[in-house]
Design a protein around this ligand. Structure first.
Ligand code: DOR
Ligand code: ZN
Length: 346
């Protein structure tokens, strides 16, 4: 039986939510990933040091781990939540205080996606300068949801001029183009040394046809929306060839089933429990399994300067039946059989 081992898988863009949803989804990622960059778009968003630290405690609690006097007890299922703040114009002294608690700051254009109402409404350089310069000095990466409020298929391509403005004005700032979906974004990667990207699983697999070409598929609806075949080809090219500036970020974004299968479908694809299995199948299909390690961990370690604790995940080419539900969340490929499964985690 074919098998493949991954070391310290990392998910560099993950929505864990809060409350019961957090308890449902967090163990599904911590089981097979060493760590994940946790998105701050809660209600209200994470904007203070206290909120970061409290949320991290709730994540540990959902994993059955408790923190006492800064020592972690019961750390059987090792998993590091790399915390983020929701971008606002923060002053340098605040950033100096919080820098050790966060891995990045996530910028959302106001109103562009789930819980982003408090985001940035105008990209005015002078208003943002102090924050972005301080972030560059303190080596805090800026993660960006790069979409304008233009026509839905053009939103990411239209955002490229904003990436150029940010990358050229703040050369010390690491900028991560989150969940890129277009050829335009792929081309932007090599234009500026301080631009990087995450790519999701679902954007490597589908185009708009899969979402809306036949019967509407609410569980595949997300922001940014899946694009054209040539865009997917461009993503596949850099991912399968292990471009060093590209990392895996699932953007696994759980919503309750009723919020997806409803009039006014919430955006987000829930892929956390199937991501590694499907990535193995995909890389194997292209004869590129040897490049998966870089995409799933090594590139992220060098870009973020992180060193996760050891975790070894063994996958085998043996069928895995995807459950119809995890709690009240429907995963991608619900009820279908995948070719690869996880056989061991150490
Ligand atoms: O599809 C998405 N869902 N895209 C986002 O940017 C946010 C996410 C969510 O939080 O549900
Ligand atoms: Zn996201």
């Amino acid at each position: 039986m074919k098998s493949h081992t991954l070391l310290m898988p990392l998910d560099m863009h993950l929505h864990l939510r809060d409350g019961v949803m957090l308890e449902t989804v967090a163990p599904l990622t911590s089981y097979s990933f060493s760590g994940a960059v946790v998105m701050p778009n809660l209600v209200p968003p994470i904007t203070t040091k206290e909120a970061v630290m409290d949320y991290k405690k709730r994540i540990y609690a959902a994993l059955g781990r408790v923190e006492e006097a800064d020592d972690l007890l019961m750390a059987d299922d090792f998993f590091e939540p790399y915390m983020t703040l929701f971008y606002q114009n923060y002053d340098r002294s605040f950033l100096e205080e919080v820098v050790d608690e966060i891995a990045a700051i996530k910028l959302y254009p106001a109103g562009i996606t789930t819980n982003s109402e408090g985001g940035v409404s105008t990209f005015d350089l002078e208003t943002m300068r102090a924050t972005l310069e301080a972030m560059g000095d303190l080596k805090i990466p800026l993660c960006v949801h790069g979409e304008t409020d233009g026509f839905v298929m053009d939103r990411e391509a239209e955002f490229m001029s904003i990436y150029e403005m940010l990358a050229s004005n703040f050369p010390k700032l690491k900028i991560i183009m989150e969940h890129i979906t277009t050829q335009a974004a792929v081309e932007m990667l090599d234009k500026y040394p301080n631009l990087y990207a995450t790519v999701t699983l679902h954007h490597l697999l589908m185009t708009l046809d899969d979402v809306a070409g036949g019967m509407l598929q609410p569980h595949l609806f997300c922001k940014p929306i899946a694009k054209r075949p040539e865009d997917r080809e461009a993503l596949l090219h850099v991912v399968l060839n292990a471009h060093p500036k590209v990392m895996f970020g699932s953007d696994s974004a759980p919503h309750p089933q009723h919020a997806k299968e409803s009039c006014g479908c919430a955006a987000g694809v829930f892929t956390a429990p199937i991501a590694l299995q499907v990535l193995c199948e995909l890389f194997d299909a292209y004869g590129k399994l040897d490049n998966l390690q870089q995409f799933i961990s090594d590139n992220a370690q060098s870009i973020y300067g992180i060193c996760p604790e050891f975790k070894e995940v063994v996958l085998v080419e043996s069928p895995f039946e995807v459950p119809e539900h995890y709690g009240n969340v429907v995963p991608m490929y619900a009820g279908e059989t995948l070719a690869w499964s996880i056989s061991d985690v150490e």
